[in-house]
Design a protein around this ligand. Structure first.
Ligand code: S6P
Length: 581
C-alpha cells in the first residue's frame, strides 16, 4: 500500500487536502527535481489501486459509471429539444466546466447542430480569469444560477464538479436537482471518496455536502444520480486542486462527452474498451509531456528567475491552448499570493476566441485585457530581459503570426521560449520554429485504434483527440512551470501554500490546520490576529462567525508580523511564517 493510501496517513484529512509524501521536500528541490516530483505526482492519476482502499481512474466501477453518464448525454444529443447538459463548479472546476462546454458546443456547431452544453462558474465569467473564491461558499447563488440557466427546460443532466466534494455552491445546485428529479439528473465529479465529502454545516442550509452525497448514493442504485469520484492521490502542492484535480476532471469529462458524441453521430456504441482506451491515450500524453524533462526544467528555471527578480512571465497562446494559458496564469493569484501581473496569459483573438457567456470583460480593467494586441499595448513596451515570454501553439495555428509576434518580443527580451505541439512527422513548421528561440517540441500522435475511433468522433476532424491531448499536455506543462517558478521564488513551505488569502471557508479551514500542524498554540487566534491586524483579539472578533472572518480577509493582500504589529506584508509575507516568528 502506498503511504498516502494508508488509513493512518493524515487520517483527519480528505485525499484532496492531504500532503503528498512524494513532494514533501519540493521547496528545497532543484528545477529538475521539481519536474520529476510533479511527474511522479501526476502519474498517480493512472496508478491502479492497491488493495481495496480507493477506486481509481481506471477502476471498473469508474469506467462503468462513465459509460452510463455518456449514455445519458447521448439521449440528450439525440433529442435536444428543451434539454440541456449543465456543467458547473468553482475556481478551477468552473474553468474546466467552461472549457468542456466550449469544446463540445463547438463540435456540435461543426455538425450544424444547436449547442446543448452550458457552464456555470461561481462568481460569473470574471472568475474564468481571476480569483473569485468567496462565491464558492454560497449555495443559494449556486442554486439560483442553475435555475436561471435551466428555465423552461424539461430535461437537464447536471454535472456538478467539486474536486474536494466540498463546495457549498455546488452542494446547493445538487440539492436543487434532488428536489426536482422530474427534470434533473445530477452527476457529481470529484476526487475524494464519498465518506470524505465535507460534513461542515453550511450557514442557512439544512444539508451539508456529505448529506447531499448520501442522498445521491441512494439514487445512484437506480441510476437516477451518478457519482464519478476516483482517487488520484494528494496534490503535489497540498490542496492545489488546479493541478491533478483539474486534469482528471478534464480527462473524465472529455471521455464521457466524446463517447456520447461518437454514439450519437456515428453509431459507435459506448463501450468499456473505448472508454479505457481513451483514458490510456491521456496516460500516454503524460509520458510524452514529461519526456521533455530537460526543456521543462529550463523553462521553469527561467520563469523562476524572472519572478525572483521582480519580472513577469507572459504566456502568448494560440487556438484552444491559449485558454489553458490564461487559466493557469489566473490561478497563480490565489495559489501563491501572486500579483496579476506576475504570470499573465494572452489569447490570439481575445474574447472572440474565448467565446465566454458574458462576452468581453475589458470594462473590468486591465487585468481583463487578454488579446495579443493588449499584450503589445500593455506589456511589450516595458518588457526586458527580466521578463520571460512563452509562446504556446501547435502546427495547426498560424505559424507566420507566431513568428511575427516572436520577432517583436525578441527586440525587447532574449528570454523567449516556445512550447510547440505537432503531430508525429510534421517537421516543416518545427524547422521554421527553431530559429525563433529555445523550444519544447511535443509530438503527439494517435495509435491506429484511436485514430479510427476518433476520426469518427464529433466531426470529421481526425485530430479531435489530439487537440484534447495537446490541451492536457499544455496544462501539465504550464502547471509545472508556474508552480515550479513560485516554489523557486519561495512561495511554498515544504509542500504547502503559505501565501493565500483565506477568502472562503475551505481556505480558512486549511489555514487553521496548517498553523496547527506547525505546533502553533492557539492557532486560530493567530490567524484572526493576522486577518484583523491586531495584537490582542477583541470580544467582537472572537464571537464573529467564519463568514465575517473571510469577508475581512478579503481586504488583506499579504499578512505578516513586522516588529510585533500585524501589518500588510511584502512579497515574503505569509500567514504561517508570520505566526511562527
Ligand atoms: C484550486 C483552486 C480553487 C478550487 C476551488 C474549487 O487550486 O485554486 O479555486 O478550484 O476552490 O474547489 P473544488 O474542490 O470545489 O473543486
Amino acid at each position: 500500500m502506498r503511504e498516502w493510501e494508508s488509513p493512518d496517513y493524515e487520517p483527519s484529512l480528505p485525499i484532496s487536502e492531504k500532503s503528498n509524501p512524494l513532494t514533501r521536500d519540493i521547496d528545497r528541490a532543484s528545477a529538475t527535481c521539481i519536474v520529476r516530483m510533479l511527474q511522479a505526482s501526476d502519474a498517480q492519476m493512472f496508478q491502479e489501486g492497491t488493495g481495496t482502499t480507493y477506486k481509481r481512474l481506471l477502476s471498473e466501477q469508474v469506467v462503468e459509471t462513465l459509460m452510463e453518464v455518456a449514455k445519458r448525454v447521448e439521449l440528450i444529443l439525440e433529442d435536444p429539444q428543451d434539454s440541456l447538459v449543465v456543467l458547473s463548479g468553482c475556481g478551477t472546476s468552473g474553468r474546466i466546466a467552461f472549457l468542456m462546454a466550449s469544446s463540445f458546443n463547438r463540435a456540435l456547431r461543426e455538425l450544424n447542430k444547436s449547442p446543448v452544453y452550458s457552464y456555470i462558474i461561481a462568481g460569473g465569467d470574471k472568475a474564468l480569469l481571476s480569483s473569485q473564491e468567496a462565491p464558492e461558499d454560497d449555495p443559494r447563488m449556486g442554486m439560483l444560477s442553475l435555475k436561471r440557466v435551466c428555465e423552461g427546460k424539461r430535461r437537464v443532466l447536471f454535472i456538478g464538479i467539486s474536486c474536494g466534494l466540498s463546495a457549498p455552491f455546488v452542494a446547493g445546485q445538487l440539492d436543487f436537482c434532488l428536489q426536482h428529479p422530474e427534470v434533473f439528473t445530477p452527476v457529481l465529479v470529484g476526487v475524494n471518496p464519498t465518506h470524505q465529502a465535507r460534513d461542515e454545516p453550511i450557514p442557512g442550509c439544512t444539508f451539508t455536502f456529505r448529506s447531499v452525497v448520501q442522498r445521491m448514493q441512494e439514487l445512484a442504485k437506480s441510476q437516477k444520480a451518478f457519482l464519478v469520484n476516483p482517487a488520484v492521490g494528494p496534490e503535489a502542492i497540498s490542496g492545489s486542486s488546479r493541478m491533478k484535480g483539474g486534469s482528471v476532471t478534464k480527462i473524465l469529462l472529455e471521455v464521457v462527452l466524446s463517447a456520447a458524441h461518437a454514439a450519437t453521430f456515428t453509431n459507435t456504441s459506448v463501450t468499456y474498451m473505448g472508454i479505457l482506451q481513451h483514458m490510456r491515450a491521456y496516460e500516454k500524453t503524460l509520458d510524452i509531456t514529461y519526456a521533455q524533462e530537460e526543456g521543462i526544467s529550463a523553462l521553469l528555471e527561467a520563469a523562476g528567475r524572472s519572478l525572483r527578480r521582480g519580472g513577469r512571465v507572459c504566456y502568448l497562446g494560440w487556438g484552444s491552448l491559449a485558454a489553458t494559458g490564461l487559466i493557469d496564469a489566473s490561478e497563480c493569484i490565489p495559489t501563491f499570493g501572486a500579483d496579476y501581473n506576475d504570470v499573465r496569459g494572452f489569447v490570439s483573438g481575445g474574447y472572440r476566441e474565448l467565446n465566454n457567456n458574458e462576452g468581453p470583460l475589458i470594462s473590468l480593467g486591465p487585468d481583463f485585457c487578454i488579446a495579443h494586441e493588449d499584450f503589445l499595448r500593455l506589456a511589450l513596451p516595458s518588457l526586458s530581459d527580466l521578463d520571460a515570454v512563452l509562446l504556446v501553439y501547435t502546427h495547426s495555428d498560424d505559424v507566420c503570426d507566431v513568428v511575427k509576434l516572436a520577432r517583436r518580443v525578441r527586440e525587447k527580451t532574449s528570454n523567449l521560449h516556445a512550447v510547440y505541439h505537432q503531430v508525429d512527422g510534421d517537421t516543416a513548421a518545427a524547422v521554421q520554429q527553431v530559429s525563433i528561440c529555445p523550444s519544447i517540441y511535443l509530438s503527439i500522435y494517435l495509435s491506429i485504434y484511436l485514430s479510427i475511433y476518433l476520426s469518427i468522433y464529433l466531426s470529421s476532424d481526425e485530430y479531435t483527440l489530439v487537440f484534447f491531448q495537446w490541451e492536457l499536455s499544455t496544462k501539465l506543462l504550464l502547471n509545472a512551470v508556474s508552480t515550479g517558478a513560485h516554489v523557486l521564488k519561495g512561495k511554498i513551505y515544504q509542500n504547502h501554500m503559505i501565501d493565500v488569502q483565506v477568502t472562503n471557508s475551505k481556505l480558512y479551514g486549511r489555514a487553521t490546520r496548517l498553523l496547527r500542524v506547525y505546533q502553533i498554540h492557539r492557532c486560530e487566534d493567530a490567524l484572526l490576529k493576522a486577518i484583523y491586524r491586531v495584537d490582542e483579539l477583541t470580544a467582537d472578533i472572537s464571537s464573529s462567525d467564519i463568514n465575517t472572518h473571510t469577508l475581512a480577509a478579503r481586504n488583506r493582500t499579504k499578512v505578516r508580523r513586522r516588529g510585533g504589529a500585524w501589518s500588510a506584508g511584502g512579497s515574503n509575507g505569509c500567514v504561517t511564517c508570520s505566526v511562527c516568528v
